[in-house]
Design a protein around this ligand. Structure first.
Ligand SMILES: NC(=O)C1=CN([C@@H]2O[C@H](COP(=O)(O)OP(=O)(O)OC[C@H]3O[C@@H](n4cnc5c(N)ncnc54)[C@H](O)[C@@H]3O)[C@@H](O)[C@H]2O)C=CC1
Ligand SMILES: O=C(O)[C@@H]1CCC=N1
Length: 280
């Protein structure tokens, strides 16, 4: 049962906070079982303690033996250093999870003691409101019980998809980075609304409700986005005019390129870090 487990976030930035918020909102794990640690930023730790009532610790003071699940949540460039530090301290039954873009389970395994259970996770910041689309893939030595427990934890933050590791890059391009594309779209819709004199707070709410409605339609419908789009589009109507402008300005292509570029960057991060030596 994940409820009884102690979880340590190594790295206490935006993604760790979004996950902590989601876990606590769902009441799946008590705040006293969550520890967030970082290297230097004590103000950040104080903020997390005060906001979420969790424990925090500077990295060098973390009590490693009390942890059941580590979740690495620093930047990918700091992964090797962090894993090497963990290597001397981690026990065989402890599971090491990571939300780092581009960091493979093989990379994690190479930097940890042999047979260490590892899990690669790709959440998104909507974990904060329990609406993440999260992917999960396990390392070679991870027991199914551990996978199911971590899956249970992640389900407290949204929907979870068990995928093959070779799909992690494209998943990252779609769902890890995905919220940013929608925010970007919303920024532009908001700009267009306010330029026509609409109140910015009002237009923001209208855009958010429109996006939420479209997402719910997709989830509740047998039809795909193409058919649903056609239902909105009256011949010679407003939507046809809007879609033509999108198409003429490269809208569809731009969206596909955004996903592909993010996926490519995830692969590149893996390649850039592939030759980092195991340092201990
Ligand atoms: N922000 C997002 O939407 C998503 C981020 N991720 C992944 O999450 C990771 C963190 O991203 P953010 O939270 O956005 O970054 P961030 O910059 O907000 O947070 C990183 C944190 O790690 C700490 N840190 C750095 N080196 C450390 C070390 N060696 N030991 C302990 N703590 C250390 C920093 O002090 C900071 O608190 C990245 O690897 C990213 O790929 C994954 C999915 C979505
Ligand atoms: O931008 C990034 O690299 C991270 C990974 C997915 C979302 N944010």
């Amino acid at each position: 049962m994940i409820t009884n487990k102690t979880i340590a976030f190594i790295g206490a930035g935006s993604m760790a906070e979004a996950m902590i918020s989601g876990i606590l909102r769902s009441n799946k794990v008590p705040a006293a079982h969550i520890i967030a640690c970082n290297k230097y930023n004590s103000e950040r730790r104080t903020y997390l303690e005060n906001t979420y009532n969790i424990k925090t610790s500077p990295l060098e003071e973390l009590n490693y033996s009390e942890i059941d699940l580590f979740i690495l949540a620093m930047k990918p460039k700091d992964a090797a250093e962090s894993l090497s530090n963990l290597k001397d301290k981690v026990q065989p039954h402890q599971v090491v999870g990571s939300v780092l873009a581009g960091i493979s389970t093989t990379f994690m395994e190479e930097h940890l003691p042999s047979n260490q259970p590892v899990i690669r996770i790709m959440p998104n910041t909507s974990s904060m409101v329990e609406e993440s689309a999260t992917a999960l893939t396990a390392g070679k030595h991870t027991k199914m019980d551990d996978v199911l427990e971590v899956k249970e934890l992640l389900e407290s933050m949204g929907k979870v998809f068990l995928i093959e590791e070779d799909q992690m890059d494209i998943f990252t391009g779609i769902a890890g980075s995905g919220p940013a594309y929608f925010y970007y779209l919303m920024e532009h819709m908001e700009e267009a609304g306010t330029a026509e004199g609409m109140d910015s707070e009002l237009v923001r709410k209208i855009i958010a409700q429109t996006l939420l409605g479209a997402a719910k339609m997709i989830m509740n419908s047998e039809e795909g986005p193409g058919a649903l789009r056609e239902n909105v589009t009256s011949p010679n109507g407003t939507t046809a005019a809007g879609l033509a402008a999108l198409k003429n300005n490269g809208g569809g292509n731009a969206i596909a390129q955004a996903v592909n570029s993010a996926s490519k960057r995830s692969k590149e991060i893996s390649d850039e870090l592939k030759n980092v030596l195991v340092t201990s």
